[in-house]
Design a protein around this ligand. Sequence first.
Ligand SMILES: NC(=O)C1=CN([C@@H]2O[C@H](COP(=O)(O)OP(=O)(O)OC[C@H]3O[C@@H](n4cnc5c(N)ncnc54)[C@H](OP(=O)(O)O)[C@@H]3O)[C@@H](O)[C@H]2O)C=CC1
Ligand SMILES: O=C(O)[C@@H]1CCC=N1
Length: 272
Amino acid sequence: MNKIIGFIGGGNMASAIIGGILQSGLAPKEGIIASDKLEEARRLLQERFGVRITEDNRKTAETADILFLAVKPHLFPDVITEIKDSIRSDTLLVSIAAGQSIAAIEGRFGREIRLVRAMPNTPALVGAAMSALSPNQNVCEEELAEVVSIFESFGACEVISETMMDAVVGVSGSSPAYVYMFIEAMADAAVADGMPRAQAYKFAAQAVLGSAKMVLETNTHPGALKDAVCSPGGTTIAAVAVLEEQGMRSAVIKAQRACVEKSREMGKENSK
Ligand SMILES: NC(=O)C1=CN([C@@H]2O[C@H](COP(=O)(O)OP(=O)(O)OC[C@H]3O[C@@H](n4cnc5c(N)ncnc54)[C@H](OP(=O)(O)O)[C@@H]3O)[C@@H](O)[C@H]2O)C=CC1
Ligand SMILES: O=C(O)[C@@H]1CCC=N1
């Protein structure tokens, strides 16, 4: 891609996307510019990826053909006020913020903008993100295809209705955190049984990776895959019985619905 990709905010999610783009070879490091108010964040981006960095959000906004808005949602009003006169009419904006609707962002710019609302996740860093995209009415098919190609450079990506965005935050934007907790818990149990910690993380994480690949690649229902692990009278069904008794499924469903509810609340708050 020979367009300049800019990032306003160079924290966890922007770093994961930048790392993913560079690793895929979609854009060279000279084709990426990022601004962050935090000196430490700029230093990390420079050291890890060698991309162009600046403290000046306006410079990033002026330079970028495709501009990612990657600051925390509550900073959108200030940041948009700062950059709105620096973008060009053909700058393609990509917001990755939770709870910032297309209408709220358009309202803050106060004029016609080309905008894609996106929800990626941090596995972008290793080329394994799941991202969702919703364009506004000013984004043409060619521009959307360009944004899809960026997100596909670091994982899977689907274009969805914006009404599904809160559900996406719960099921893929935030869910890596729940999965890491599951991996930590399995590793802790293995450590309790005497396994060295580093080895325990490897075994637990590889089991999660392999199980996810089975769901994605065999087209078999997760329940059937679970049943295939449970030998009659065996070890697995003993564990499954405890997970059911402890309410694992309902804990996950409740947690994810709290996440979605928070995303909706943030959306209401940000539309004021
Ligand atoms: N983390 C994730 O897994 C995901 C995050 N997102 C979205 O990505 C966005 C960023 O989240 P995340 O990367 O986790 O947050 P981070 O806090 O890691 O990154 C945001 C960065 O922006 C900096 N910053 C603060 N104010 C400004 C400013 N005025 N101009 C430029 N930079 C500024 C922050 O500095 P300081 O720390 O000093 O405030 C920080 O370094 C959020 O909107 C979030 O909803 C979406 C999907 C997944
Ligand atoms: O926790 C958050 O608000 C962000 C949005 C999705 C993942 N992290």
